[in-house]
Design a protein around this ligand. Structure first.
Ligand code: ZN
Length: 163
């Protein structure tokens, strides 16, 4: 599925091919919540990094989060690149050099109508803010940390997207 996305002010537009376009993954980690998850979580999609095309790249900035693991003495800087528009602040996509073939656009930045998920996966619940209510439906999966199923595997299991 070809996905087209943009920031709010329009300075940045992007497009990519995605075999994992269903917005079923709700990430409650503090980085997603603080940087873009006003409702308490952000939604990541999966895409093919080789197909990513960007217009307005000069307005794309990258944020590397500082992360302190539980029990760790000090924080480290995440290798993950959180790309956002430096003019309006819209979160655009995440890229990790550890998985160079993948890019993870945020569903909030995608303009192409996305398929509605038949069920959700709620992840990083250990980092959830106390005020955030997890709106889990029957069939949803909940994880304190990362889920046991990749974005790609979930789509294969659900035979999505159709066609
Ligand atoms: Zn913008």
């Amino acid at each position: 599925m070809r996905l087209e996305g943009s920031c709010h002010c329009g300075a940045v537009r992007f497009a990519l091919d995605s075999a994992s376009p269903v917005p079923y993954q709700r990430c409650y980690c503090s980085i997603c919540r603080k940087t873009q998850g006003g409702g308490g979580y952000a939604i990541n999609l999966g895409g093919d990094a080789r197909t990513l095309r960007v217009r307005g790249r000069k307005d794309v900035a990258v944020y590397h989060a500082r992360i302190r693991e539980p029990g760790a003495a000090r924080a480290h800087t995440s290798t993950a690149e959180r790309h956002f528009c430096r003019r309006c602040g819209s979160a655009l996509w995440l890229y990790s050099p550890e998985w160079p073939e993948l890019v993870h656009p945020f569903a909030s930045a995608i303009d192409t109508p996305l398929p509605a998920p038949p069920e959700h996966t709620h992840l990083m619940l250990a980092s959830k803010a106390p005020w955030v209510e997890v709106e889990a439906k029957p069939g949803d999966k909940l994880f304190d940390g990362y889920p046991d199923e990749s974005l790609a595997d979930w789509h294969v299991r659900h035979r999505l997207p159709p066609g």
